[in-house]
Design a binder for this molecule. Structure first.
Ligand code: FES
Length: 385
């Protein structure tokens, strides 16, 4: 994740600003099984979820520290029975709130209840432009129709219709169909996010990564569609997010470690990003420590602040204040050591691993059946219902 107002990371943690963005991963439970989910592979083994009171306390502490944006995500946050209560509390505290949902488990009555409780924004994710592919990727037979109905319900309740599609080799040929579906639905914002490889997506990378040629074609199609929208006076906005694996310089992941973002996982583990629990670092838990102490004083959050931890080539790189050496989780997944420069960077001695992944993507032919679906059994494709 990146955002436009990057600022330098201080070496002294107490010079850091507050966590402006708080992500509340309310649960790892989810009715869908998308093989690109960024949740940890062992999500089913995590401790019990935070209670309503514990979440309320996290929200209060975050707001007191200066957090302004709050995302409710998961898993599927709708499986939490206390969602309306948490939204109402967040609104009272003055957060700008965003619900990130698959739409499964949503009803018109719930959309109304969320609006009444003060929810600011809802984003509904889709897997493809047609029911067959959508449901096969989601691992659920009823997902597509439900998503269509809920996208409409969100708009009818007065929210902008914000749709998200994760793009990979099995749906990248559908770009025009996806954009046309969104237009027919009356979407306001469409995020076409090419898959990033963390969690389950890393596990399935070979089966998900599109070829460079397909990616270039997809970007062209988005640009042409955007042009057509502009000419026809449509207000629908298309946001195309390109994948790290086809870049030569890394992103300033999370805008810098412990800089703006604070994620609280379902079991209360506090993390500088949604993937960090895979790192061999001891992260604090909101059950043991207050958010202030976690943010400013915990070894986990201070681990990659500033630049004194950086080895070469980052240490002497004149771009280190721009990208902070890239993504720690990607460095760990690809090199086994999170201190290394993100191998996306062509100055990294591990950049050949990115090149090898690109080459493999050029030659990949496997279908959906080779993917490991996100569920407690790491099972291959099956439908739950
Ligand atoms: Fe980039 Fe964790 S996802 S630092």
């Amino acid at each position: 994740m990146s955002c436009s107002h990057a600022h330098n990371q201080p070496n002294n943690p107490h010079d850091a600003g507050p966590p402006l963005w708080l992500l509340a991963e309310l649960t790892y439970r989810c009715p869908l099984q998308c093989p690109y989910c960024s949740n940890p592979l062992d999500f089913a083994q995590t401790e019990r979820e935070l209670t309503t009171e514990e979440w309320v306390s996290v929200l209060r502490q975050g707001r007191k520290m200066g957090a302004a944006q709050l995302g409710f995500s998961g898993g599927e946050p709708l499986v939490r029975q206390d969602l309306v209560e948490l939204i109402a509390e967040a609104r009272n505290l003055g957060y700008y709130t965003n619900l990130i949902t698959s739409g499964l488990g949503l009803t018109e009555a719930k959309v109304d209840a969320f609006a009444e409780a003060g929810l600011d924004h809802i984003q509904v994710s889709f897997q493809a432009s047609d029911p067959e592919l959508n449901n096969a990727v989601a691992g659920s037979r009823k997902a597509f129709d439900q998503k269509l109905a809920m996208a409409r319900a969100v708009k009818e309740a007065g929210y902008p219709m914000v749709l998200n599609f994760v793009i990979h080799r099995h749906n990248i040929h559908q770009m025009n169909d996806i954009m046309s579906l969104c237009e027919r639905l009356g979407a306001d914002y469409v995020e076409l996010a090419t898959c990033q490889y963390y969690g389950w997506a890393f596990e399935n990378r070979e089966g998900l990564m599109p070829s460079k040629a397909r990616l270039v074609q997809a970007e062209l199609e988005v640009n042409q569609y955007r042009q057509r929208l502009q000419e026809s006076g449509s207000a629908m906005k298309l946001i195309f997010v390109t994948p790290d694996y086809y870049e030569e310089r890394p992103k300033a992941c999370m805008n810098g470690w412990g800089n703006l973002f604070l994620t609280v996982a379902p079991d209360g583990t506090a993390l500088p990003c949604h993937s960090a629990r895979l790192l061999p670092i001891d992260f604090p838990n909101v059950r043991d420590m207050d958010l202030q102490g976690i943010w400013y004083d915990s070894p986990g959050f201070n681990h990659y602040r500033g630049d004194s931890w950086m080895p070469e080539p980052c240490r002497s790189c004149d771009e280190k204040e721009k990208d902070f050496g890239g993504c720690r989780c990607q460095a760990y997944l690809l090199t086994g050591n999170a201190d290394n420069a993100d191998p996306v960077c062509n100055k990294s001695s591990y950049h050949d691993r990115i090149l090898a992944a690109r080459k493999a993507a050029d030659h990949a032919t496997a279908g959906l059946t080779g993917l490991v679906y996100r569920n407690a059994d790491n099972s291959r494709l099956f439908f739950r219902g």
